[in-house]
Design a protein around this ligand. Structure first.
Ligand SMILES: Cc1cc2nc3c(=O)[nH]c(=O)nc-3n(C[C@H](O)[C@H](O)[C@H](O)COP(=O)(O)OP(=O)(O)OC[C@H]3O[C@@H](n4cnc5c(N)ncnc54)[C@H](O)[C@@H]3O)c2cc1C
Length: 240
């Protein structure tokens, strides 16, 4: 939290209503501060909000968590009983929605409101400029806060690294390079020849999903070593 002087009753802006933003909102409000959460998407849950284009979710159809729910939970808010420890993304999203509901956080959230600028201000510690498109026409407004919590996540923008030669592959007509961030379902790959680059959780999962859908053609899986670090955000699909 960046703050000059934060006293009880101070106004705190929170950017993002994903898992981190929701937890921050609860702590800030319960600590006696005035919390306002700005969320660009139409619903909370962050990257687990699969259906929300504005929120730029990185989730894909049938994604299962790579951590058991017992260690993904907030300390005082367990997941509901399930036979399986490794949940689907819908169940995690439902859990975060329940968290927001149970702790009355929704009233603190301004949905469809994107923070476009945060700067020091003479009026208060921070000036926060937001755009809101609820009425259909984006409207910009400035708000003043004593402190700001940035909880905007780090998976909404794909890693810009592209392997050498990728652009040449792309310009050949009918051939495409895409990033796992934009992958949703295997359907677009039906009857295509596909190579998946990256052997982290996303690369592995997407490879098997695509492979199952295109078993008539070949799917190649390319990785430098067994599980490269950070490969979740470095998975590319080349298809022709
Ligand atoms: C494919 C994938 C699989 C994963 N699997 C697991 C797993 O199995 N287990 C696990 O524990 N973690 C997993 N993670 C990690 C996941 O990122 C965290 O679980 C958690 O969702 C991070 O929460 P967050 O609140 O930090 O960020 P996010 O969930 O990204 O939330 C950020 C929020 O900020 C909003 N926002 C961003 N910029 C602005 C802005 N300028 N103005 C207003 N709002 C803004 C976004 O719309 C979003 O709602 C996975 C991540 C990915 C991408």
């Amino acid at each position: 939290m960046a703050a000059a002087l934060v006293v009880r009753g101070a106004r705190v802006a929170i950017v993002g209503a994903g898992a981190a933003g929701l937890a921050a909102a609860r702590a800030v409000r319960d600590g006696g501060y005035k919390a306002t959460v700005f969320e660009a998407a139409t619903e909370c849950g962050g990257t687990w909000n699969y259906g929300d284009i504005a929120g730029k979710s990185s989730m894909y159809e049938n994604l299962r968590c790579n951590l058991p729910k017992e260690i993904m939970r907030f300390r005082d808010f367990p997941f509901r009983e399930t036979r399986n420890s490794f949940l689907g993304h819908q169940q995690v999203h439902e859990y975060l929605l329940n968290y927001a509901m149970t702790f009355s956080l929704r009233d603190l959230i301004k949905f469809r409101t994107k923070v476009v600028r945060i700067s020091p201000s003479t009026e208060s510690a921070w000036s926060v400029t937001v755009t809101n498109d609820e009425s259909g026409t984006p409207a910009s407004s400035e708000h003043f806060f004593d402190a700001v919590v940035v909880a905007n996540g780090h998976y909404s923008t794909p890693n810009p690294y592209l392997p050498p030669g990728a652009s040449r592959f792309q310009v050949r007509s009918g051939r495409t390079v895409t990033h796992s961030h934009l992958y949703r379902t295997p359907q677009p790959f039906l009857n295509r020849r596909v190579v998946v680059l990256g052997a982290g959780p996303s690369g592995t999962y997407i490879f098997f999903a695509v492979f199952r859908s295109i078993y008539e053609r070949l799917a190649f899986y390319s990785c430098r070593r067994s599980i490269p670090k950070n490969s979740l955000i470095r998975c590319f699909l080349f298809f022709a």
